[in-house]
Write a protein that binds this ligand. Sequence first.
Ligand SMILES: Nc1ncnc2c1ncn2[C@@H]1O[C@H](COP(=O)(O)OP(=O)(O)OP(=O)(O)O)[C@@H](O)[C@H]1O
Length: 299
Amino acid sequence: MISAKNVTKYFDDIKAIDDVTAVIKEGSVFGLIGSNGAGKSTFLRMLSGVIKPDRGEITIDGENVFENIKVKERFFYISDEQYFFPNTTPKALKEYYKNIYKNFDSKRFDSLMKGFNLDENRKINTFSKGMKKQVSVICAVSSMTDYIFCDETFDGLDPVVRQAVKSIFAGDMEDRGLTPVIASHNLRELEDICDHIGLLHRGGILLSKDLEDMKLGIHKIQCVFTQSKTREDFSDIEILSFEKRGSLYTITARGKREELTLRIQKEETIFFELLPLSLEEIFISETEVRGYDIKKLIF
Ligand SMILES: Nc1ncnc2c1ncn2[C@@H]1O[C@H](COP(=O)(O)OP(=O)(O)OP(=O)(O)O)[C@@H](O)[C@H]1O
């Protein structure tokens, strides 16, 4: 289990991470989402021990991560800014990681390189961005670590490779309890693969919940009332957004499905429908309440 306790990180006067407390349980996929500059990469860099929190601590199974070689063997971190030495080849990388990760599976590495049609003797710096990401993913899964931290890794892969990597992750979760932690802006993709979502906003954690619970606790209602309504008419429930287009109202609110249904239907309605919310809609609603209004960015 990974635990972050009251973690804060500054870059000069920028507070990149603000008192974050979170738990990442083993055997599930943890999706890290958040607006640009929310602190996702900083958080992953701290999980990997690349940088040290100014306050608070990050532990894996109780052991501090920073400058702890023993713990570092337990995870592989794929940074979003990939750097390779000028003349490095995949073959040289394989040798390098074999020294770091004692369970490194060379056969798996070779077979994945073949499967992904990558030449292990070519200089990595001559590969495309996506091909470099493929090499990193192959190194990661061949290292046979308990955790893989992916910073926007999927975002640069083509659909076929993305699907292949998802199946490899799923297989490894099943076979050996791998825990992937994935920071991404591709919420549709995360929605398919994640069990748990951590939403960072302006350095702080807005919520950290199982995806299913998240979906159960927030709903979108579309309805037509017999009489005109305002947001204030529903001040007894927690409304996240309230929109009226013609006679159709779209209300996003926090609460249980049955309770919200009963409450809205207390008013006289001509039409009523409760719709499931996508992760993208949950993200927009949750960040909107904290002043990150997408409409202001678009219009
Ligand atoms: N090395 C650094 N020096 C100074 N400021 C930094 C540094 N790294 C990150 N920051 C700042 O910390 C904040 C969080 O950045 P971070 O890269 O963690 O966000 P992010 O959620 O990964 O963003 P994005 O989705 O745009 O990749 C930002 O305000 C950023 O400018």
